[in-house]
Design a protein around this ligand. Structure first.
Ligand code: F6R
Length: 247
């Protein structure tokens, strides 16, 4: 794993945006795997600036997102569909028809899970997957478990994740209890992974993910087995790793 330690969140975001832009320049038909949450917001902002400046063209690119809440439609402001269109897709020159998220309102969720994996395969797999890190070590919504998930699956969110995500909702009761998430297979089959982590509250779980035992109890630990991961983390998130002299 290549580790880039940055001074702050903004520097982390610019680094990640540079790598994503480089990928789009080298392969203009790239399939990107995108994430939501607080961490990628700065990366998306930097990508919008590059796109507006004419430095990167997304017109031939395609995207798939990691996850979506079950039960929320795209016009719900808390849905990840809404987030992606608001924070990125509507502000860059990507063709909306080339952007994909799991359908949280699908009538037949099992069919939706299979269809999502088939969709990713039909586009030749993910060229670059952007990942954030949950406080419990989740990536996508692959929560700690006794086994690693394979394909796209429907998960019950843990109390820790519901608690962490309640800040986006009017009340904790409004946080959906289930989500559809890409599984470890598609994440691990991405040709390149950019893993962004910020803040001191992630320091312990980041250390466990990158240097701890590879275990489904810490889902992100599986990234240690991927051949092309670039971790970009700010000093606060890197605190324990730095103190132990590991980077
Ligand atoms: C969201 C996702 C999640 C987040 C994680 C961290 O699409 O995949 O795994 O990356 O929950 O969220 P933030 O960035 O809000 O701390």
């Amino acid at each position: 794993m290549k580790i880039i330690k940055t001074k702050c969140y903004d520097e982390m975001s610019r680094h990640a945006a540079n790598i994503i832009a480089a990928q789009a320049i080298i392969k203009p038909t790239s399939l990107f795997g995108f994430a939501t949450g607080s961490t990628p917001l700065g990366t998306y902002k930097a990508l919008i600036e590059k796109n507006k400046a004419g430095d990167v063209d997304f017109s031939g690119c395609k995207t798939v997102n990691l996850d979506e809440y079950v039960g929320l439609s795209g016009d719900n402001e808390q849905s990840y569909y809404y987030y992606m269109h608001k924070n990125l897709f509507s502000q860059i020159n990507i063709n909306p028809a080339n952007t994909h998220l799991p359908n949280g309102k699908a009538k037949d969720i099992d069919a939706e899970l299979k269809a999502y994996d088939a969709l990713i395969a039909s586009m030749g797999g993910i060229d670059l997957q952007l990942l954030g890190l949950g406080h419990d070590g989740h990536i996508g919504f692959n929560e700690p478990a006794d086994h690693f998930s394979k394909g796209t699956n429907c998960v019950e969110l843990t109390e820790m994740t519901i608690e962490a995500n309640k800040r986006f909702f009017a009340s904790i009761d409004d946080v959906p209890r289930k989500a559809i998430t890409m599984g470890m297979r598609e994440i691990m089959q991405a040709k390149k992974i950019v893993f962004i982590v910020s803040g001191k509250d992630k320091a312990e779980i980041l250390y466990k993910s990158v240097f701890g035992k590879i275990t489904p109890e810490v889902p992100a630990s599986i990234l240690q087995l991927h051949p092309d991961v670039t971790l970009i983390a700010d000093e606060a998130a890197m605190k324990i790793i730095t103190e132990k002299g590991l980077a």
